[in-house]
Design a protein around this ligand. Structure first.
Ligand SMILES: *Cc1c(COP(=O)(O)O)cnc(C)c1O
Length: 487
C-alpha cells in the first residue's frame, strides 16, 4: 500500500483534525436537535450585543477550530432565535429535519455547482427526479417541469418574468423603458397576497403601481368577479394586464384563493396564472385535502416551499411551470465559455433562471422524501393540522377570546376580547400587543401577529416536527394567563 500523500502546507485541515472537529459538530447538533427546548425560543440579546462580543478584524494568524466552536457556543447560540424550539409558533414554523441536515452536510462537502449538466450530472438529474416525485405527491400533471430556487420570492419573480416575456413583445431585447408602444402593465393578486409579488413587479420594472390588489371575501379569498371587473376597467383605461397571482395558503390567515375560477378568468383574458402555494402546497398529499390544489393544473407557473412545511432545511423552493420554454426564453443565455457538446441532449439548469451558480439542493429534498416516505409526511402534516384545530377549539370555547379567521391548515388567528369594560379597536390592539410581548418574553413560546380588516390578531402556526400537544397546551395556558393579568 502506498502511504497517503503528505498534506500541502497550503491545504485546509488535516483529515484527522477534520474527523475530530466533525465529531464535535455532530455531537453538538444531535444534542441541539434533542434539547432545543432548554433555550429561550426568542433570543434575549439586545441590538448590537453579538457584534460587540466579536473582534473588529479577522485574525492575522489562523486559529484552531476548537476556538471557533467555543465562540459559537458562547456568543452565537445566545444570539439565536430557535426555529428548532418546539414552542416556535411565529410566522410559519419550520423544521430542518435530521435527514435534510445530513444531506446539507454532504452537499457542503461536495461543493458541486450545477450550472451545466456536465458540472455535475447527478445534481441536475437528481433535481429532476426529486421534483418529479414531489409533483406526483402533490397531484400536479407531468406537463409541469420543475426547477429548484432558493425561495418562493425568487420563484414568483421568475414566474412573473415569464409572464412579462410572454405578453410584452421584444421585452428581452428592448426592455420597457422609453417604449411608447408598450403601455403600463398590470399584475393582479389579492389583498392577502405575499409581499414577494410586490417586490417582483418592482424589480421587473413594471413599477409598484402595476400591482392591483383585488379585495377578498369574508374568508380572505380573492374574489374572481372583482378580478374580472378590474381587468375590464384596466383594459378600458389602456393598461395591459399580463398576469394574476393566486395564493394557496395566504401568509396572514392561510386562506385559499379559488384557483379554478381565477384560471377561468386568466384563460378568457389571456393572462399568465402564477400560483403561490409556498406554505400550504404540501397538504395536497394528505387524504381529504386534494381540494387544496384544485385548478392548479391550469396554472402557468406554481411554487411550493419544501423549506416551509416539508421538513427540508432552509433554503429550497420548488418552482414548476407548464411553460418552461417561456422561462427559458426569458433567461437562457450561453456565453462561449459555457457551450457544451451535449447541450442538445441535456438540461442545463442555468437556462431556467437568473442564477448561474447553484447549490446542490436536490440532495436534501431527496433525503427528506426517502426518510419519511409519503406516508410519514402525510401523518406529520395531519398531526400539525390536528394541533391547530385543537387550539382553535380552545379559543372558540373561551368567552374572553375570539377567532379572527377560519383554520384550514395549521395556523390560528385569534385575539383576546374581554367582555367587560369598553374595549375599542385601539384598546384591543394595545392589550393583544402586550399579551404578545409577555408570552414571547417567557422564552417558552414565540407567537407573531398580523392585522385582519384592521383588527390586530395574534397568530399561532404549528409546523415543527417536535411540537406536541403539550407545547400547544402550554401556549394556550400562557396566552390566557397573560390575558387575565393584562386585561
Ligand atoms: C413564506 C411565503 C412566501 C415567501 O417565502 P420565501 O421562500 O421566504 O421567499 C411567499 N408566499 C407565501 C404565501 C408564503 O407563505
Amino acid at each position: 500500500m502506498t502511504p497517503p500523500p503528505k498534506p500541502s502546507a497550503f491545504g485546509d485541515m488535516d483529515p484527522e483534525t477534520f474527523r475530530r472537529q466533525a465529531a464535535r459538530v455532530v455531537d453538538w447538533i444531535a444534542g441541539y436537535m434533542e434539547g432545543a427546548e432548554r433555550y429561550p425560543v426568542l433570543s434575549r440579546v439586545r441590538p448590537g450585543e453579538v457584534r460587540a462580543a466579536l473582534p473588529e478584524a479577522a485574525p492575522e494568524q489562523g486559529e484552531p477550530f476548537d476556538a471557533v466552536l467555543d465562540d459559537f457556543e458562547r456568543i452565537i447560540v445566545p444570539g439565536l432565535t430557535h426555529w428548532n424550539h418546539p414552542g416556535f409558533f411565529a410566522y410559519f414554523a419550520i423544521t430542518g429535519s435530521a435527514p435534510g441536515v445530513l444531506a446539507e452536510f454532504l452537499s457542503a462537502a461536495l461543493n458541486v455547482q450545477a450550472m451545466l449538466w456536465r458540472t455535475s450530472p447527478a445534481a441536475t438529474e437528481l433535481e429532476e427526479v426529486a421534483l418529479g416525485w414531489l409533483r406526483r405527491l402533490l397531484g400536479l400533471p407531468d406537463a409541469f417541469e420543475g426547477v429548484i430556487y432558493d425561495t418562493a420570492s425568487v420563484a414568483t419573480l421568475h414566474g412573473l418574468a415569464a409572464a412579462r416575456e410572454w405578453k410584452v413583445p421584444g421585452v428581452r431585447e428592448a426592455g420597457l423603458a422609453g417604449r411608447a408602444e408598450v403601455g403600463p402593465l398590470r399584475v393582479y393578486g389579492s389583498e392577502q397576497a405575499h409581499s414577494s409579488v410586490d417586490k417582483a413587479v418592482i424589480l421587473l420594472g413594471l413599477g409598484h403601481r402595476a400591482l392591483r390588489k383585488i379585495p377578498t371575501d369574508e374568508r380572505f379569498r380573492l374574489r374572481p368577479d372583482l378580478l374580472r371587473a378590474a381587468i375590464a376597467e384596466d383594459r378600458a383605461a389602456g393598461l395591459l394586464p399580463i398576469a394574476a397571482v393566486a395564493t394557496v395558503g395566504t401568509t396572514s390567515t392561510t386562506s385559499v384563493d379559488p384557483v379554478a375560477a381565477i384560471a377561468d378568468v386568466c384563460e378568457a383574458e389571456g393572462l399568465w396564472l402564477h400560483v403561490d402555494a409556498a406554505y400550504a402546497g404540501p397538504t395536497a398529499m394528505v387524504p381529504g385535502y386534494e381540494w387544496v390544489l384544485e385548478g392548479c393544473d391550469r396554472a402557468d407557473s406554481f411554487v411550493t416551499n419544501p423549506h416551509k412545511w416539508l421538513f427540508t432545511p432552509f433554503d429550497l423552493s420548488a418552482f414548476y411551470s407548464r411553460r418552461m420554454d417561456v422561462v427559458r426564453a426569458a433567461f437562457a443565455l450561453t456565453p462561449e465559455y459555457l457551450r457544451t457538446r451535449e447541450a442538445g441532449e441535456v438540461r442545463n439548469l442555468m437556462d431556467t433562471g437568473v442564477q448561474l451558480g447553484r447549490r446542490f439542493r436536490a440532495l436534501k429534498l431527496w433525503a427528506v422524501l426517502r426518510h419519511f416516505g409519503a406516508e410519514g409526511i402525510r401523518a406529520r402534516l395531519a398531526e400539525h393540522m390536528r394541533l391547530a384545530r385543537l387550539f382553535a377549539e380552545w379559543v372558540d370555547a373561551d368567552a374572553g377570546f375570539e377567532r379572527l379567521a377560519p383554520v384550514p391548515f395549521s395556523v390560528v388567528c385569534f385575539r383576546a376580547s374581554p367582555q367587560a369594560g369598553t374595549w375599542d379597536e385601539a384598546a384591543l390592539e394595545r392589550l393583544n400587543a402586550a399579551i404578545l410581548d409577555a408570552v414571547n418574553a417567557s422564552g417558552e413560546i414565540f407567537l407573531s401577529h398580523t392585522k385582519l380588516d384592521g383588527r390586530y390578531a395574534l397568530r399561532l402556526a404549528v409546523g415543527h416536527l417536535r411540537t406536541t400537544e403539550r407545547h400547544v397546551a402550554r401556549a394556550w395556558e400562557l396566552v390566557r394567563r397573560e390575558a387575565a393579568r393584562l386585561a
